[in-house]
Write a protein that binds this ligand. Structure first.
Ligand SMILES: NC(=O)c1ccc[n+]([C@@H]2O[C@H](COP(=O)([O-])OP(=O)(O)OC[C@H]3O[C@@H](n4cnc5c(N)ncnc54)[C@H](OP(=O)(O)O)[C@@H]3O)[C@@H](O)[C@H]2O)c1
Length: 227
């Protein structure tokens, strides 16, 4: 994102989901690098401990924003050079429903897409945002080719097809579907609106956390030990 010395202390980045595991580290890192940060959160109280851990608070502004409220990100994104869109609902439990696929579509996928488009629309309105980073997941990729053989190097060309996710409904399929379809909708919107969007395929994250509770990805990684 340009020469570090030139941009230091000048550029402003918005981080959505700042009270989450990845978002809270991202805010910390950006502040430590001298950037101004617009951090979005749903719950001010959740930020009270984090604010003490984030150095450079004079360059930090907090904004309340909810993915499910239209226009909610407009204030946070206004004046930003770039946006790290990290926020996402991590509620993927689905009750046994007679028509599971349409339940998931209406209750999980549509809100997830609406939420991300909400952020992207705010970026278009801002007229200042030049780059947006969408947070995808390694869970959208497969290490197997169409004949079931192992692929030696896995990259973005190894995306699991949506029809395969729907057909197999393997563990975590709702999350995978939500990431795949949200990313697809985001790229479509970006192309239609001349937005520079990239998607980071994040690996499963573990390590120290700033949040007061153990992040879900760490719980998952520890589950073979903890049961
Ligand atoms: N951790 C991993 O291993 C991993 C791997 C691959 C991809 N990812 C992706 O990385 C992103 C962050 O993951 P994480 O592990 O940091 O999860 P997390 O700790 O659960 O953080 C999720 C963040 O999204 C916010 N959020 C949820 N629903 C929202 C809504 N309706 N409006 C506004 N904000 C909302 C949460 O706010 P609250 O704090 O208020 O709940 C929280 O700040 C997600 O997109 C996830 O899919 C994570």
């Amino acid at each position: 994102m340009g020469d570090r010395n030139e941009i230091k202390g000048k550029k402003t980045y918005c981080v959505t989901g700042a009270t989450g595991y990845i978002g809270s580290w991202l805010v910390k890192s950006l502040l430590e690098k001298g950037y101004r940060v617009h951090a979005t959160l749903r719950n001010q109280e959740k930020a009270s401990n984090l604010v003490k851990l984030w150095q450079g608070r004079d360059r930090l502004s907090l904004f309340r924003a909810d993915l499910q409220e239209d226009g909610s990100f407009d204030d946070a994104v206004r004046g930003c050079d770039g946006v790290f869109h990290v926020a996402a609902s991590m509620e993927f439990g689905v009750p046994p429903a007679p028509n599971l696929d349409s339940y998931v579509e209406e209750e999980v996928i549509d809100p997830a897409i609406r939420g991300t488009l909400n952020v992207l629309k705010a970026c278009v309105k801002s007229n200042t945002v030049r780059k947006i980073v969408f947070t995808s997941s390694i869970s959208t990729l497969t290490a197997k080719d169409s004949s079931g053989g192992w692929i030696p190097i896995v990259d973005e060309s190894c995306q699991t097809p949506v029809h395969h996710v729907l057909k197999t409904k393997a563990s975590g399929w709702v999350y995978v579907l939500s990431k795949l379809l949200t990313e697809e909708a985001a790229f479509r919107f970006a192309e239609e609106n001349g937005i520079d969007l990239i998607s980071v395929i994040t690996t499963t994250v573990a390590g120290p956390f700033l949040t007061p509770t153990v992040p879900a990805s760490i719980q998952v990684l520890l589950s073979p030990i903890t049961g």
